[in-house]
Write a protein that binds this ligand. Structure first.
Ligand code: GLU
Length: 452
């Protein structure tokens, strides 16, 4: 592909909040689209709202993208670096008569809005003061034709043909003044500056697109190709928000591997032919026409499952790094990774590397007597003392099973042993634990149970 036809896409988060998983998902789709098509993926921080934008939010957003491994091409861009262009293009539109200083007072706009709501019309402003002298407090609007019968049509790569009636848009406010553009204008100028060829963004922006197309037209520029991505939804199919749980991407770090989250975000709204995909496979199999039209309910169970699949692939060093628990012995890794869904749960297996603490009453199996438990633990201890660990787990189990048969109650053998080794009511098979911690520690833990 030559330079001029090279695909360029961007994600344009506003640094007015922590990185939302939905924005992360848009970024992932842009990244995959660019990588699949040999194009460029850019990150532009859309800091046009100067009051609400902060550097902390920007940092959080960039850290989230980095964690997901979706590296942008070139420098991070910021809308605030593009101010001269805003002024230049605003002047161009004012001079060409495509834009005007809107002379309406706030009260007049409110009355207009009230009337439209009462008449069940689309809320919009059709200005009757277009040619007045410029006054303090005016905004700049793009002129539209409210009597036009024209439809603005674009071919959305995911949704197909989308149509909007120009007459319903009203005059579009594009700037507070020559140096403070509003979103609709800033985004168009920023995308022109970047040379964006495709705009892949959330479906919630679909009604903005005809406005942006009109701005491109007024500037005499070709509009990019659009694709409106399905949203991540709450179980009630509303847009996912804080009240539904975690929406800030960086909060997932403590529980999930970045590969699992990347896989999840990419595949939840795109059909792939298998579930667990490396980032190379995500790119290779990406096809914008396979992105779903309707939003997907955020399914935490699916994410947990995917994460568990990635956890199973971790090496001992990777597991220690991911869980930030350096004490995990190599021998314990398989036992943990086979079971772990969330990284933060790894600490629950600490008995695999540390003497457990528990209340002695936990050692009692159902309604058995203290004496019966003591007797069972002593017999278990004796069996283990004379057992050679090299004979293997199966043999070990058989030995314990023969003791169970003798006592006539399996629980009376396995329960106190489980508690002595793990300090917990629920744990992996005590035989597995015994093999992780080794013979010496197994005997020590039975001894300390006996002393309790
Ligand atoms: N700043 C917008 C958002 O975060 C992105 C707009 C766009 O992609 O055009 O939703």
């Amino acid at each position: 592909m030559n330079k001029s036809s090279q695909i360029k896409v961007r994600v344009a988060p506003s640094p007015t909040g922590l990185l939302h998983v939905g924005t992360a998902q848009s970024a992932v789709f842009n990244y995959l689209f660019a990588r699949k098509n040999g194009g460029e993926f850019h990150v532009r921080i859309e800091d046009t709202d100067e009051e609400r934008s902060t550097k902390e939010f920007e940092k959080d957003i960039l850290a989230g993208f980095e964690w997901l491994g979706i590296r942008p091409d070139g420098q991070i861009r910021r809308s605030s670096d593009n101010k001269q262009n805003y002024r230049k293009f605003l002047e161009q539109l004012l001079e060409s008569g495509h834009a005007f200083w809107c002379g309406h007072s706030k009260e007049e706009l409110e009355d207009e809005n009230k009337r439209q709501i009462e008449n069940k019309e689309a809320p919009r402003h059709v200005c009757g003061h277009r040619d007045e002298e410029r006054k303090e407090g005016q905004v700049i609007r793009l002129k539209t034709d409210s009597s036009s019968t024209r439809e603005i049509v674009f071919n959305d790569l995911i949704r197909g043909e989308v149509r909007f009636r120009e007459s319903l848009l009203g005059d579009i406010s594009i700037a507070r003044n020559l140096d403070s553009p509003l979103y609709h204008f800033a985004v168009v100028i920023d995308d022109i500056e970047l040379g964006a060829t495709h705009i892949l963004r959330g479906e919630d922006h679909i009604s903005n697109t005809p406005k942006h197309i009109l701005i491109y037209e007024a500037l005499g520029r070709p509009a990019p190709t659009y694709a409106h991505l399905p949203l991540l939804l709450a179980p009630d199919r509303s847009k996912l928000s804080k009240r539904h749980g975690i929406v800030s991407l960086n909060e997932y770090k403590k529980d999930y591997l970045s590969d699992a989250v990347l896989n999840y975000l990419a595949a939840i709204s795109h059909s792939y032919d298998k579930d667990v995909l490396s980032s190379e496979e995500l790119i290779e199999g990406f096809d914008i026409s396979k992105v779903h039209k309707s939003g997907a309910v955020f399914d935490i169970k699916k994410l947990n499952w995917l994460n568990s699949q990635y956890v199973k692939m971790l090496t001992p060093d990777e597991l220690r790094a991911a869980t930030k628990i350096s004490e995990i012995p190599d021998a314990a890794v398989a036992l943990i990774t086979e079971r772990l869904e969330k990284l933060s749960e790894a600490g629950e297996y600490d008995y695999l590397w540390r003497e457990p603490e528990y209340d002695k009453s936990l050692l009692i199996w159902k309604d058995s007597s203290v004496d019966a438990v003591l007797k069972s633990l002593k017999e278990t201890k004796e069996l283990i003392e004379s057992f050679n660990y090299e004979d293997g787990k199966e043999r070990f189990r058989k030995v314990l099973d023969s003791l169970s048969e003798k006592t006539g109650d399996r629980g009376l053998v396995y329960w106190p042993l489980r508690v002595a080794l793990s300090g917990k009511q629920k744990s992996p098979d005590p035989v597995d634990i015994a093999f992780v911690i080794g013979k010496e520690k197994t005997l020590e833990r039975i001894d300390s149970a006996l002393r309790k």
